[in-house]
Ligand binder design. Structure first.
Ligand SMILES: C[C@H](O)[C@H](O)[C@H]1CNC2=NC(N)=NC(=O)C2=N1
Length: 112
């Protein structure tokens, strides 16, 4: 159980600061299975989860949807046969907020 999974997302206002480079370096080290991608200039966290079939991939997707609703912070999700690609970033600031790292850690917990 990492410190991130103990935290709750905070309401992310449009003027909320993006994580600094130093915060990014510290936080990404707490979610070692996640990578950083930049798409259309927006920094995002991304991980691909592998499953035995589509039914298991979909079950994971539905659990993730419940988590997102509970935290009111929502991922990008690509669900395919045997894999789910999850992407976290904060729409309101067009970049990464601590919320995204919290949600990535909580996404990993869905596998437990
Ligand atoms: C309209 C806006 O996207 C929503 O109000 C909330 C809910 N979910 C959200 N999810 C994410 N990832 N970022 C947001 O800024 C966000 N804002």
């Amino acid at each position: 159980m990492s410190a991130l999974t103990e935290m709750k997302c905070e309401a992310c206002q449009a003027d909320a600061p993006k994580v600094t480079d130093a915060e990014l370096a510290e936080l990404i080290g707490m979610i070692p299975d996640w990578g950083v991608e930049v798409r259309d200039g927006i920094m995002q966290l991304e991980r691909v989860y592998k499953f035995k079939n589509f039914k298991l991939a979909m079950a994971f997707t539905n659990k993730l949807a419940d988590l997102a609703e509970a935290e009111f912070h929502h991922p990008g999700i690509l669900t395919e046969w045997g894999k789910v690609t999850v992407t976290w970033w904060s729409h309101s600031i067009k970049g990464l907020h601590k919320n995204d790292f919290i949600m990535a850690a909580k996404t990993d917990q869905l596998l437990d």
